[in-house]
Design a protein around this ligand. Structure first.
Ligand code: FES
Length: 106
């Protein structure tokens, strides 16, 4: 499945990710700058913060409460499209997903 990461400066990186991986795991595996994923996906950090592109927000669904709590500690601004990218699992349905990356994660 393809995922496009749009950096804060507008630079786009599109990768071929493995289905079943999270958006965070796919970024880390492909050396995408802008996603850190310090806790390895355990919802214990907020360094995998991303903003789901408007066109995809419906398909990725809303964030859950645990993400809300964690995002309070995020380094960049939180918007209604903020998600922890480790909590978005890549399925065939999300092929072509676009996420935007915050200015900083730490
Ligand atoms: Fe730590 Fe997502 S990688 S919360």
């Amino acid at each position: 499945v393809q995922v496009t990461y749009v950096a804060h400066d507008g630079a786009e990186t599109t990768i071929d990710a493995t289905e079943g991986d999270s958006v965070m795991q796919a970024a880390v595996a492909n050396d995408v700058d802008g996603i850190v994923g310090e806790c390895g996906g355990a919802m214990m950090c907020a360094t995998c913060h991303c903003y789901v592109d408007e066109a995809w927000a419906e398909r990725t669904g809303p964030r859950d409460e645990g993400e809300d709590d964690m995002l309070e500690g995020a380094a960049s601004e939180i918007t209604e499209r903020s998600r922890l990218s480790c909590q978005i699992k890549l399925t065939a349905e999300l092929d072509g997903l676009v996420v935007h990356l915050p200015e900083e994660q730490l």
